[in-house]
Design a protein around this ligand. Structure first.
Ligand code: SF4
Length: 246
C-alpha cells in the first residue's frame, strides 16, 4: 500500500511540474511574440485549472492518509480526481513497467477510506455482495456462478460459509465470472452499497465503473496464486456487515 501511495504522489508531482513547464513555455512564447497568445488562452486556462486541481488532490490524499478520514467536499474532489488519474497513471505505469498492482492496492485502500468516512446503515435489500468465481473450490462440481443456491455448503471453500452469513440475513449474494458480469449486475440491481471481493486490479476497475454507488472493496487472499482457490477472511466480512447493516 505504501509503495502505491508513494508512486501516486510521485506521478502527481511530476504531472504538476510538467504542466507548469508547459505554462512557462507558453508564457515565454506569448511574451516574446512568437505565438498568437489569444489562440492559446483556452490551453492556458485548462493548464492552470489542472495544476490547481492536482494540487488540491495531492493535499487531499496526504490528509486522507494521515487522518484515515475524508470530509464531504474532499470526498467529491478525490472521487472525481481519481476517476481521471487512475486510468492515466495505470497506463503510464504499464508503458514504463512500473508496479501497477501497488498503485491498485493504494486506490482500493483510498476508496475504502472514502466509503468509511461517510458511514451509513443499509437495509439488507440495499446491499449486494459480489464474490469472484475463483473462490469456488476448483474441484467443486456445482455451478454456483450466477446461482449461489447450488452451493451445498460443504466447507471445501468459503462460498458456503459466506452464503450462510449473508443470505440468511436477506442480502443478495452473487458469484460472478468476472468484471463484466459484476458491472452488469451492479447496473441492473442498482444497490445502495456494494461489497466486492476480488483482486486489486478487478476491484479498481469495478470501483471506477460503479460511479456514485459506494463500493467496499475487500482484497482476496491467493495462497495458490492468482485465480485459483482464492479465499478471504470471513471474520473481516462479518465485521464489515455488522458496521453497515441496519
Ligand atoms: S462450499 Fe459450495 S462452492 Fe464451495 S466447494 Fe462446497 S459446494 Fe462447492
Amino acid at each position: 500500500m505504501r509503495k502505491g501511495y508513494k508512486l501516486f504522489i510521485l506521478y502527481t508531482v511530476l504531472l504538476i511540474i510538467l504542466l507548469s513547464a508547459l505554462l512557462l513555455a507558453f508564457g515565454h512564447t506569448s511574451f516574446t511574440g512568437r505565438s498568437n497568445g489569444f489562440l492559446n488562452v483556452p490551453f492556458f486556462i485548462a493548464s492552470l485549472l489542472s495544476i490547481v486541481g492536482l494540487f488540491a488532490i495531492l493535499i487531499s490524499v496526504l490528509k486522507a492518509y494521515s487522518r484515515r478520514d475524508i470530509n464531504k467536499s474532499t470526498r467529491w474532489l478525490l472521487k472525481t480526481g481519481l476517476f481521471v488519474l487512475v486510468p492515466f497513471y495505470n497506463f503510464v505505469s504499464g508503458i514504463f513497467k512500473v508496479d501497477v498492482e501497488a498503485l491498485n492496492l493504494f486506490y482500493v485502500d483510498l476508496n475504502n477510506i472514502m466509503v468509511r468516512s461517510c458511514p451509513g446503515k443499509y437495509t439488507p435489500d440495499k446491499i449486494l455482495l459480489l464474490l469472484p468465481h475463483c473462490m469456488q473450490n476448483s474441484e467443486c462440481l456445482y455451478k454456483v456462478t450466477g446461482k449461489i443456491s447450488n452451493c451445498r455448503r460443504c466447507g471445501r471453500c468459503k462460498i458456503g460459509e459466506i452464503a450462510e452469513i449473508f443470505i440468511e440475513r436477506g442480502i443478495h449474494v452473487e458469484v460472478v465470472s468476472g468484471g463484466t458480469a459484476a458491472r452488469k449486475l451492479v447496473m441492473t440491481l442498482k444497490p445502495g452499497l456494494v461489497l466486492a471481493v476480488a483482486c486489486e486490479r478487478e476491484l479498481t476497475s469495478g470501483i471506477l465503473d460503479a460511479g456514485d454507488i459506494p463500493v467496499i472493496a475487500i482484497i482476496n487472499q491467493r495462497p495458490e496464486g492468482p485465480c485459483n482457490n482464492t479465499t478471504i477472511n470471513t471474520e473481516e466480512l462479518r465485521n464489515i456487515l455488522e458496521r453497515i447493516l441496519v
